[in-house]
Design a binder for this molecule. Structure first.
Ligand code: TXA
Ligand code: MG
Length: 353
């Protein structure tokens, strides 16, 4: 049985619930909790048996390392090697927040399962009061990947977590819907350069605004660039976020052409007898007809797209949609992370017209 705590925005009862959840985590169970990005599935990072429960519950490949969550920068002592002022500057600017820093790990400080045998560890301080209370109550670094089954869209509500993991984990802390809706930006500093390993809630533009050196965006899936000097994020190679139906993205210079192409593809699929879905934005919703048309946020405000993306992908599954065509959005700001997740959901099926 998975224990369930619903936070009520009532200080006393919430404190009690969080203390109970933290106790369960310390005892070696895996416990899901909200963050500002997506829900995480937490376990004591130093306890190998506990961390193994995360991999088992999610069905996660063991070569994909986990992010470690802390409440306070002082917890870096004894966990990672001493770091210089450049890193402090990043921490000052973006912690607490959706930035994961990949740092050299001190041998023996956490379970080797967390780092998948790498010499580095990804660390972040979430910007979410319940998450911070939970981490403080646990008093240990907490390893936590997104709390979904491997391959499915990340959870942005506690009921998404239940859909995937109910009965497989110790407990779920329900703190309502998450804010950003997409995962943190994973980055590594090499010399004077920042390498974004996974785009996310902190944008390349935000990083450039405070960073004197270069900020490298992740190489595209179709890139032939394979220098060994560029660090990489093991998780980026797996299929992710994929709905059960087949999905393609249409990209083009004019919305008239894009909309015409999408509707033509959908009509053909309908003719073949498939259930059809279109993923668009509020501004364009009226252009389309399909079994399920989802307007995922507003193009004029990319943060609203990020917030709704994973729930939208899950809705196509719930409706049993077999053929989905999505619009794309510009790859600037949060759009880079949105298009990264959308491309993965579509297995890189990008139709350029
Ligand atoms: O927003 C988030 O980051 C959420 C919340 C729960 O904090 N967590 C999350 O974890 O998205 P997960 O496990 O779903 O994704 C972790 C990503 C993977 O792509 C993994 O390969 C990468 O971070 N990663 C972890 N440790 C790494 C390391 N030492 N070097 C390179 N990449 C690393
Ligand atoms: Mg994940």
């Amino acid at each position: 049985m998975t224990k369930y705590w619903k936070l009520q925005e009532d200080v006393e009862s919430d404190q009690l619930a969080i203390a109970e959840a933290a106790k369960m985590l310390i005892s070696g169970q895996a416990v899901a909790f909200p963050t500002e990005t997506v829900y995480g599935l937490g376990a004591d990072a130093a306890n190998t048996e506990a961390v193994r429960r995360i991999f088992t519950a999610k069905g996660r490949p063991s070569d994909n390392p986990l992010i470690v969550h802390i409440a306070d920068r002082s917890q870096l002592d004894g966990l990672v090697a001493p770091y210089d002022d450049k890193l402090t500057k990043l921490m000052d600017a973006f912690w607490p927040g959706p930035m994961t820093l990949v740092l050299p790990v001190l041998a023996g400080s956490i379970s080797p399962l967390v780092t998948a045998g790498l010499t580095t560890v990804g660390i972040r301080i979430p910007d979410h009061s319940a998450a911070l209370q939970f981490l403080r109550a646990a008093q240990c670094p907490v390893a936590a990947p997104s709390a979904n089954s491997s391959g499915r869209p990340s959870p942005t509500t506690a009921s998404h977590v239940q859909e995937d993991l109910d009965g497989k984990i110790g407990g779920i802390v329900d703190g309502g819907p998450t804010g950003v809706g997409l995962e943190s930006t994973v980055l590594q500093v090499v010399g004077d350069d920042i390498h974004i390993l996974r785009p996310g809630g902190v944008t390349a533009e935000q990083l450039r605004a405070i960073w004197a050196g270069a900020v490298h965006e992740p190489k595209r899936e179709d890139s032939v660039f394979t220098s060994m000097e560029i660090p990489s994020s093991p998780g980026m190679k797996y299929t992710h976020y994929a709905p059960q139906g087949q999905m393609a993205i249409v990209q083009g210079a004019s919305i008239q052409q894009v909309a015409a192409r999408i509707q033509a593809d959908i009509n053909e699929a309908k003719y073949r007898g498939e259930t059809t879905g279109i993923l668009t934005f509020e501004e364009h919703q009226s252009f389309y007809q399909a079994d399920l048309v989802i307007a995922c946020g507003r193009l004029s405000e990319p943060s609203t797209i990020a917030q709704g993306l994973y729930a939208a992908l899950r809705r196509f599954d719930e409706a049993g949609i077999r053929y989905i065509v999505a619009e794309s959005c510009p790859e600037t700001g949060l759009g880079l992370a949105i298009m990264n997740r959308l491309s993965k959901a579509a297995g890189n099926q990008l139709i350029r017209i």
